[in-house]
Design a protein around this ligand. Sequence first.
Ligand SMILES: *[C@@H]1O[C@H](CO)[C@@H](O)[C@H](O)[C@H]1NC(C)=O
Length: 253
Amino acid sequence: MATLNSLRIPVLFLFTLLLGTDAYFMHTQNECRFSSNDLHDLEYIQRYVFNKLEAIRYNSTLNKYIGYTALGVKNAERLNTDGSAEQRHANLDSYCRPNAKLVLTNILDKKNIPEPTIKIRSASHSSHKHTSMLVCSAYDFYPRGIKLTWLRDGKEVTHDVTSTEELADGNWFYQIHSHLEYTPKSGETISCRVEHASLPEGKEVKWDPNMSEVKRNKVIIGASGLVLGLIITIAGVVYYKKKSTGRILVPSS
Ligand SMILES: *[C@@H]1O[C@H](CO)[C@@H](O)[C@H](O)[C@H]1NC(C)=O
């Protein structure tokens, strides 16, 4: 899956004019946008923004300036007819393409794509008595574009599967949860397969009904308690034996 989220390489030119106590803020923003590896959709955008208002935008796909304010519209008309648009268009190949290629070859290799953490858990489910529910979750992946598949004994399950959307965490990462409703059969294996740009071979995680993480922790804590108890008991018995033998060796008058 080689989908990349739309990328921008913004270069900001900032001007601040201080007049009295009010500040006026003018910035020009250059963006190279693409979401393909072959750059067929490469787009060069230049925005002129005054305070928070975008006044003019050059769009290489249209090869035109578009005005968004009265002054912007007036200037766009002029820039579209005096040869400025043509000149701007040259940036697509001279500025955006080489930079985008650098990003694709040096930055966006597999090491730079965060792999999801994958977890399977059972969820209590009350609507039917004889069915169980499993949830396969993938956390902290980027970019969007993930596929979760349930497998029962290696065969893809298409019935009774529901999934959430790819949910944005608000920090550029995403999470997703897929639910499988099923009637348990003894001896079968259930697994969740995850496909994402960060996992060239995909990744399969098996559900272990006997040893969920919580159960395993309980077993470890129980076993540790048992061992500790045994050590204390043995130490106590040894101590008691030594004490009682000592008394016999030194008889009181
Ligand atoms: C540029 O124009 C194309 C064609 O109309 C449009 O699809 C694209 O969204 C525009 N890009 C921006 C950033 O406005």
